[in-house]
Design a protein around this ligand. Structure first.
Ligand code: NAP
Ligand code: GDD
Length: 326
């Protein structure tokens, strides 16, 4: 019998890569999607005939209990969230409800439906916020700087709490920023690569950004979903940092992205106060030592390759050489 996994957030960037990875491992994949007036299946269109999508919402616990009882997955990957930091300042309560309390609703659904289910929580380096240690590891104290970071911290600790209280096989992956051609257009990396492609093709003439000095440890999403899966294959649940161990500024990202198509970012980037945040996370850099040692995980795509992969994909999309986000 193939193993069965449930992914919440399957329509998101990570959900699509994780679904591909699990299919490759021979899993039956169930994706929980929330009801909306138009479907948002662009990232999973190419595998839609190989997965089952079922309705459920992190805001509605009954839907998740029902779903777990009906589908009986052995593994649950909780990737759903209001995941955009900037939006969390404007919608702090919704973000807390979905990204924070939503984790409790799902963990409790697991406890009620089948406490033998292995559970993955998508925690975030945003929890380190105003960092108290460089680089950040599993033992670095947290200091979140946004309603999103605070909500993720709640999600992280409730995962630890359910592990310790109810003996659940619940693991928390503290993932640093990871990107891909499937990244949402509002995140800085994709905003840059998509606008670079538009400028190159004569469809835009400027790129409006906020803080160019912020530094992030950027990896490739396709690499990071493998670490999620590896966590649930361990005998015991645990917490793991997943990162590359390198950090680069938004400015550097711009330099490489524009340079890749023969342009100088200084000719096109306009600083716009609208994209500054009430509180910023200035520097993130993680150490993947534990993931490397215990999971045997290593990032495969380097920073420059990631940037150029994303620019090339956006050029191909805009020129009609790619039919979708895969
Ligand atoms: P994403 O592209 O924004 O995807 C978020 C997913 O959550 C979408 O499928 C969305 O569905 C779903 N969702 C939102 N609200 C929901 C609700 N109330 N009920 C059910 N589903 C809901 O995010 P991502 O980049 O793939 O990230 C995956 C997870 O990892 C998120 O939890 C994120 O916070 C976390 N994380 C991401 C990174 C990163 O760098 N990407 C780093 C650390 C942690 P719709 O399609 O309907 O909107
Ligand atoms: N989005 C955006 N847009 N960010 C900008 C812009 C802009 O125009 N200009 C500068 N930035 C800066 C932000 O201020 C931030 O310091 C950095 O670029 C990265 O912003 P995002 O790409 O929006 O990502 P994030 O680091 O805030 O959050 C992402 O990574 C977290 C992990 O650390 C998201 O994927 C979160 O869901 C994830 O948890």
């Amino acid at each position: 019998m193939p193993k069965r996994a449930l992914i919440t957030g399957i329509t998101g960037q990570d959900g699509s890569y994780l679904a591909e990875h699990l299919l490759g491992e021979g899993y039956e994949v169930i994706g929980m999607v929330r009801r909306s007036s138009t479907v948002t299946f662009e990232r999973i269109a190419h595998i839609q005939d190989r997965i089952s999508t079922v309705q459920g919402d992190l805001l509605d616990q009954a839907s998740m209990i029902d779903l777990l009882r009906t589908w009986k997955p052995q593994e649950v990957y909780n990737l759903a969230a209001q995941s955009f930091v900037q939006t969390s300042f404007g919608q702090p309560v919704l973000t807390g409800d979905v990204t924070g309390l939503g984790v409790t609703r799902l963990l409790d659904a697991v406890r009620i439906a089948d406490p033998g289910i292995r559970f993955y929580q998508a925690s975030s380096s945003e929890m380190f916020g105003k960092v108290v240690e460089v680089p950040q590891s599993e033992t670095t104290p947290f200091y979140p700087r946004s309603p999103y970071g605070v909500a993720k911290l709640y999600g992280h600790w409730i995962t630890v709490n359910y592990r310790e209280s109810y003996d659940l096989h619940a693991s928390s992956g503290i993932l640093f920023n990871h990107e891909s051609p499937r990244r949402g257009l509002e995140f800085v990396t994709r905003k840059i690569t998509n606008t670079v492609a538009k400028i190159k093709l004569g469809k835009a003439n400027e790129l409006r950004l906020g803080n160019l000095e912020a530094e992030r440890d950027w990896g490739f999403a396709g690499d990071y979903v493998k670490a999620m899966w590896l966590m649930l294959q361990q005998d015991s649940p645990d917490d793991y940092v997943v990162a590359t161990g390198e950090t680069h500024s938004v400015r550097k990202f711009c330099q490489i992205a524009f340079g890749h198509v023969g342009l100088n970012y200084e000719d096109y980037v306009v600083i716009d106060e609208a994209f500054y945040r009430p509180a910023e996370v200035d520097l993130l850099i993680g150490t993947p030592a534990k993931s490397e040692a215990k999971l045997g995980w290593k990032p495969e795509v380097g920073f420059e390759d990631l940037v150029t992969m994303m620019v090339d994909a956006d050029l191909a999309l805009l020129e009609g050489r790619l039919s979708g986000l895969h």
